[in-house]
Ligand binder design. Sequence first.
Ligand SMILES: *[C@@H]1O[C@H](CO)[C@@H](O)[C@H](O)[C@H]1NC(C)=O
Ligand SMILES: *[C@@H]1O[C@H](CO)[C@@H](O)[C@H](O)[C@H]1NC(C)=O
Ligand SMILES: *[C@@H]1O[C@H](CO)[C@@H](O)[C@H](O)[C@H]1NC(C)=O
Ligand SMILES: *[C@@H]1O[C@H](CO)[C@@H](O)[C@H](O)[C@H]1NC(C)=O
Ligand SMILES: *[C@@H]1O[C@H](CO)[C@@H](O)[C@H](O)[C@H]1NC(C)=O
Ligand SMILES: *[C@@H]1O[C@H](CO)[C@@H](O)[C@H](O)[C@H]1NC(C)=O
Ligand SMILES: *[C@@H]1O[C@H](CO)[C@@H](O)[C@H](O)[C@H]1NC(C)=O
Ligand SMILES: *[C@@H]1O[C@H](CO)[C@@H](O)[C@H](O)[C@H]1NC(C)=O
Ligand SMILES: *[C@@H]1O[C@H](CO)[C@@H](O)[C@H](O)[C@H]1NC(C)=O
Length: 620
Amino acid sequence: MTLIVVLLACLALAGIGVAAPTRPNIVFIMTDDQDRRLNSLAHMPFLQSELVAKGTEFTKHYTNQALCCPSRSTLLRGQTVHNTNLTNVSQPGGSYNKWVLSGQDKDYLPHWLNAAGYRTEYIGKIMNGYGLSNYNVKSKGWDWSDLLVEPYIDDYNLPVMSQNGQRPVFYDGFHQTDVIRIKALNRLNNLTSQATPFFLAIAPFTPHVGFQQDKPSHRPIPLQRHLEDFPNAKAPRTPNFNPPDKYQANAGGWVKDLLPMNNTAIDFADFVYRSRLQALAGVDEIVADVVALLEQKGVINNTYIIFTSDNGYHLGQHRMPAGKSLFYNEDTNLPFVVRGPGVPANVTSDIPSLHIDLAPTFLNIAGVPEADWPVFLDGRSVLPQWHDPKSSSAAGAAAGQGNSKESINIEYWGRAGIEAPSAGKLGSPFDSTTYKTIRLLGTQQSWVYTVWCSGEKELYNTAEDPYELVNLAQIANSTRLTSRLNALLMVTKSCEQNSCRDPWSLLKPDTGGPRLVSLTQAMDKAYDEFFANFVKVSFDTCLTIQSDTNETPYFPPLNELLGGGLGRAYRNATDVIKPAGGVRTLSTPNYYGTKAQRNASFKSLRAVSRPLTDAELAAQ
Ligand SMILES: *[C@@H]1O[C@H](CO)[C@@H](O)[C@H](O)[C@H]1NC(C)=O
Ligand SMILES: *[C@@H]1O[C@H](CO)[C@@H](O)[C@H](O)[C@H]1NC(C)=O
Ligand SMILES: *[C@@H]1O[C@H](CO)[C@@H](O)[C@H](O)[C@H]1NC(C)=O
Ligand SMILES: *[C@@H]1O[C@H](CO)[C@@H](O)[C@H](O)[C@H]1NC(C)=O
Ligand SMILES: *[C@@H]1O[C@H](CO)[C@@H](O)[C@H](O)[C@H]1NC(C)=O
Ligand SMILES: *[C@@H]1O[C@H](CO)[C@@H](O)[C@H](O)[C@H]1NC(C)=O
Ligand SMILES: *[C@@H]1O[C@H](CO)[C@@H](O)[C@H](O)[C@H]1NC(C)=O
Ligand SMILES: *[C@@H]1O[C@H](CO)[C@@H](O)[C@H](O)[C@H]1NC(C)=O
Ligand SMILES: *[C@@H]1O[C@H](CO)[C@@H](O)[C@H](O)[C@H]1NC(C)=O
């Protein structure tokens, strides 16, 4: 990227307007653990009127891994999880410390946007493991950052944040979502008064489960002014909600062993769903205020506003009381709405995309030529799809060339939890949640195929069975299909760069026919032998980390790849990772986020703020 800096500097000196102030701004709003499939978006009226009705909703946007830290780091690095090796929320699998130690924080989105002449800012939750013990390890690349600090991150009524890596500040008497809203508006005011184009990330912790003294946990804590909202809301009884044995018994891993949810568990799921909608009302106010400010400043038409979540959420689907971590649609299919220049209004699109596509998309918006993008990106820009979300060529089933994507890689290592009071009795946490998944999202072919570390397999026809209830993996007539899906998964489970964008390009049957581009084409009988004999996806055993020897074989073999594959050419090894640490000394049973605080000023927020004391900071 140094090349770009030098180039920009030269062009600036020569008076060529590369960094023209007319380049669009980007406001990126990302919630935490918000579902798409449980219909939470429908309960956010400002999101509906300001973003959905005035922009495009993409219904098939996915994450590579349904867990916070892995998903956030893939988005910011533009690489799938097996290449970042940030596979968990804490060490040794992942965490903020691992992100830093592996050197990945020296080369990611904000640095690239900076080099392109953008001002970059981030407010809210960055990555798990940023806390009292390492707040001063400033998150690199951002011109301004104001980040939620652990362990207080989940105590919605005790907001503690570190501005630019300085001593964390406590905002006494405020609710975290209001603090993030007020800070975001303050920065947006600042950013819109400069000519420099900007990227602002607003990342509320809502609706992640929270913690509060003397209050029921396992749910987000809503703002006080929303505690009575949605009195009749119930967790949607989707067809896969608490399904009968005939479906459940055919799932894989620990999922198949779950008992039916009893009324206590179902009532709790309803309570959690209500709490989530109430908590999201505070995020909806962020959307409303951000749009209003951009309008007032006259920059709304030159700003992309993106709304999404890091991963999805389930509440009762497949009998899992609450949580994420699985490959099913509820956990991996994300809210995704974009409004901005050239994006048509009031359109819904089923063109598939992934979080790893966002970094290249933002570089595209910033006008950085593709030749100058980092080589290690695994995604591709979807700006053409944002501008033409109904185009049939973009939505076509064929993968690879052109601008569509049919095959989506999903992966997971290690621990999954059940986020409900019954968790322990159900056997949670489960350390054997290690699997590889390929999801086909074409208009002609729509399947999901998973190989668990135990060797168990799940296959669903998501066109006919969108709730993923009838496992077809054991059915004899699935063999021809699974032979193709296995080969595709062999490529995507260790893909890098172009092999992630176009996995079919590596599958070359020696039949003299045209190159493969789609599953429909690959189903031709002429390829039966090639696929039947292809190496099979397997694990030696169930491990909680990504061990390359445990996951052999690879296609192509890792030793044929630069740096030994799995992204290792672009990051450092990280075998010793310090735990983040930090102990709560503050607590409150109060609910904040009062009606009066709806319009609280930045000044009034600052007036109640105080840095943490030495004693509060030292508690480990
Ligand atoms: C993953 O994170 C969980 C939650 O913090 C932790 O208990 C577990 O030990 C971690 N496992 C690995 C392999 O990182
Ligand atoms: C890996 O470590 C070496 C030696 O400390 C350092 O020179 C290099 O920049 C690091 N690479 C990354 C990607 O951080
Ligand atoms: C914007 O914020 C920066 C960083 O705090 C500050 O240096 C600058 O003076 C502010 N500009 C305006 C116009 O408020
Ligand atoms: C933005 O564009 C819309 C539709 O073209 C137009 O009605 C509106 O006046 C524009 N707003 C601003 C602030 O330029
Ligand atoms: C959006 O489109 C739907 C039909 O697709 C239409 O019923 C509705 O009125 C439109 N809304 C707006 C705000 O244009
Ligand atoms: C409901 O199920 C949970 C989880 O299996 C169990 O802990 C609890 O005792 C059950 N409650 C009743 C009332 O049966
Ligand atoms: C196998 O046959 C069943 C019953 O006819 C059908 O529902 C299913 O889709 C078939 N599976 C595949 C993979 O074609
Ligand atoms: C991933 O991280 C774990 C834990 O730090 C490490 O043991 C493993 O070797 C790493 N795997 C790869 C492929 O980098
Ligand atoms: C907040 O401000 C808006 C716009 O100025 C006003 O319409 C609304 O009534 C205010 N809300 C509260 C709770 O003060």
